[in-house]
Ligand binder design. Structure first.
Ligand SMILES: [Fe+2]
Length: 412
C-alpha cells in the first residue's frame, strides 16, 4: 500500500497549494465588498469563502465517519446555485455571517481534514482538489464583475503584439474519436475523472472543415454592425467599443477571441452559414491526427502544458491574441483549442453510455442533465493545468454571459 500512501500524500500537498491559490483570490476582494453579489444568478462572495471548506468537510467527514463541529455552517455553505434566468436569489446581506467567523470555521476545517487525509480515498481527495481548482476559475468570473473600487487586481504585463489573424478554414477528414476515459486504464495507474467523463467510448466523425482560430472580437463586430446585440464583455463609450477587462475597460482588442453566450455563438454561426462543432468534432480537431496515429493527450502532443502552448493555468486574467501561441496548434494546425477561452459546442450536456453517479456526490453532474446545459471544451486563461485532461467536460446554460467562453465555426 506504499503507492497509495504516496498518492494520498501528493494529493494532500496539491490541496495545500490549491488552498493557497484560493486564499490569494479571496484576498483580492476589498473587505467592504465581501458580502456583495457580483452576479445576480450566483451567491454573494462570502458564500464561496465558506463553501470551499464546507464542501471539503462534508465530503471528508462523511467518508471518515466523524461528527461535525458546526452543522449550521456545513449546511449554509454546502451548495452553489444555478437558477433559471429571472429566478435570482433574494437573500439579504444580514442572512450571512461575518468574514472573521467564517475564517475561524475554515481554519478549523482545514486542520480536521489534514488530520484525516490518510483515512480517505484518493478519489475523495481528488474531488476536493478539483472542486477547489474549478472554483478558482469560476470565482475569477465573479471577481471580473466587481468594480475597480471593490477589488485589488495585480497588474500583468500586456502581451506583445502578434500577427493579424487571417480567416483560415482547415479541412478535417472523418475518423474515430475517443470521448471520456475508461474506468480501468491499461497501465493500472489511478487517474481521477468526474462521473460525467465515464465510460470512455469511440464515436466516428464525418469530414468537416473548422476555422483555424476562434472567432475574434473583430469578426464579431461585423455581426454587431449588422444588428446583433453586443456581448456582455463589450461596452460603448466616447464613440468607440471597449472591452471590460479584469482591471477596467480597454479599447476593444480586435484579435482577441470574442466571449459570448451559446445563443450568441449559435446566432453568429448561422449568420455566416456555418454551425458550432459537436463535442466529438472538437475532439477530432484537438486530439486526432491526419495519419490516424493514437489520439494525443493535448492538441500539441503529449508534452505537459506550459505557457508557450496556450493561455491557461491562471498566468493572465484576460485573453491574448488568437495568433499568439502557434506552438499549441493541433496536428491539423488548429490554434488554441486548449486555453484562451472555453469553446461552446453544439452538444447538449448528457451522460455517456455507462454513466454512474459518484456514490458520495450523486448530483454532481446528474442534476444538470436537464437539456438546458451545453458542453464546453478546452480551457480559459484561468483554468488550472491539472484540469486540461482530454476527457474533462465543462457545461453551462446557453444564456449565461459571465464566463470566459468563445467559439469557432464548422461547416460540412
Ligand atoms: Fe461548489
Amino acid at each position: 500500500m506504499i503507492a497509495k500512501t504516496t498518492t494520498t500524500t501528493h494529493l494532500a500537498q496539491m490541496l495545500a497549494q490549491a488552498r493557497a491559490a484560493t486564499d490569494a483570490l479571496f484576498g483580492l476582494v476589498r473587505p467592504g465588498a465581501f458580502h456583495d453579489r457580483p452576479v445576480p444568478e450566483r451567491h454573494r462572495t462570502i458564500f464561496y469563502f465558506g463553501h470551499l471548506e464546507a464542501f471539503d468537510w462534508n465530503l471528508v467527514s462523511h467518508a471518515a465517519g466523524v461528527p461535525s463541529f458546526h452543522p449550521e455552517f456545513d449546511q449554509l455553505f454546502a451548495f452553489g446555485i444555478d437558477p433559471e434566468p429571472g429566478q435570482s436569489p433574494q437573500d439579504r446581506r444580514s442572512d450571512w455571517p461575518e468574514r472573521a467567523e467564517v475564517q475561524r470555521y475554515n481554519l478549523r476545517v482545514r486542520q480536521a481534514i489534514d488530520d484525516l487525509s490518510n483515512q480517505v480515498s484518493e478519489q475523495v481527495l481528488s474531488v476536493a482538489l478539483e472542486h477547489r481548482l474549478m472554483h478558482a476559475e469560476t470565482f475569477a468570473y465573479l471577481l471580473h464583475q466587481l468594480s475597480a473600487t471593490q477589488k485589488d487586481i495585480p497588474l500583468v504585463a500586456p502581451f506583445p503584439p502578434c500577427p493579424t489573424p487571417v480567416r483560415t478554414v482547415i479541412e478535417i477528414p472523418g475518423g474515430a474519436v475517443t470521448l471520456g476515459q475508461r474506468r480501468a486504464p491499461l497501465d493500472g495507474q489511478y487517474q481521477f475523472g468526474w462521473d460525467n467523463e465515464f465510460d470512455g467510448h469511440e464515436v466516428s466523425v464525418s469530414a468537416y472543415a473548422m476555422t483555424k482560430y476562434k472567432v475574434t472580437n473583430g469578426e464579431y463586430l461585423e455581426f454587431v454592425r449588422a444588428g446583433a446585440k453586443p456581448p456582455h464583455f463589450w461596452t460603448w463609450g466616447e464613440g468607440q467599443w471597449w472591452w471590460r477587462a479584469m482591471s477596467g475597460e480597454v479599447p476593444l482588442p480586435m484579435d482577441w477571441p470574442v466571449y459570448v453566450t451559446h445563443e450568441e455563438a449559435s446566432a453568429f454561426a448561422a449568420w455566416t452559414g456555418k454551425r458550432l462543432p459537436t463535442e466529438a468534432e472538437f475532439h477530432r480537431a484537438a486530439y486526432g491526427t491526419p495519419d490516424g496515429e493514437e489520439e494525443r493527450s493535448y492538441p500539441w502532443g503529449d508534452d505537459v502544458p506550459d505557457t508557450r502552448r496556450g493561455n491557461f493555468n491562471g498566468n493572465r486574467w484576460d485573453p491574448i491574441p488568437v495568433t499568439a501561441t502557434p506552438l499549441g496548434d493541433s496536428a491539423f494546425g488548429i490554434s488554441q483549442l486548449v486555453g484562451n477561452g472555453w469553446e461552446w459546442t453544439a452538444t447538449v450536456f448528457q451522460p455517456f453510455p455507462g454513466f454512474q453517479p459518484l456514490s458520495f456526490y450523486p448530483g454532481y453532474s446528474a442534476r444538470f442533465f436537464d437539456g438546458d446545459h451545453y458542453v464546453l471544451k478546452g480551457a480559459s486563461s484561468r483554468t488550472d493545468a491539472g484540469l486540461l485532461r482530454r476527457s474533462f467536460r465543462n457545461w453551462f446554460r446557453p444564456n449565461y454571459p459571465y464566463i470566459y467562453a468563445g467559439f469557432r465555426c464548422v461547416e460540412d
